[in-house]
Ligand binder design. Structure first.
Ligand SMILES: [Zn+2]
Length: 113
């Protein structure tokens, strides 16, 4: 399951953050998930549950915020939201598009006790 490895990366950051603070329990974890990761919210929730077992995150609420794909045209520098998997600049019809948002899976915020 692809979401397991994504969540593994999140937990690496998470554990590093938690070890630097005096935290008793994590109440809520908020993630930013780019559309291009193809991560399913249900699968992410399952992966989160598996990883959080026996950690400070056990029982914490997981909030997944979807991040749309944004592209920047390499020719005219136009920045736009990519609605399909077909990358085409709406301004100049160029197909050389740099993805500037949508590939990330980031730890957005934490609520702790
Ligand atoms: Zn363009």
């Amino acid at each position: 399951m692809h979401e397991m490895s994504l969540m593994g990366g999140v937990f690496e950051v998470l554990e590093q953050t938690l070890s630097q603070h005096d935290i008793k329990r994590v109440l809520q974890v908020k993630l930013k998930v780019g559309e291009l990761t193809n991560a399913e919210p249900e699968a992410l929730a399952m992966a989160f549950e598996a990883y959080s077992k026996d950690t400070l995150c056990e029982g914490a609420e997981l909030i997944v915020e979807r991040v749309p794909v944004r592209g920047c045209c390499r020719k005219c520098q136009h920045v736009f939201t990519v609605k399909t998997m077909f990358f085409l600049c709406p301004k100049c019809q160029n197909t050389s598009i740099e993805v500037i948002q949508g590939e990330e899976l980031l730890l957005e915020s934490l609520e702790v006790e």
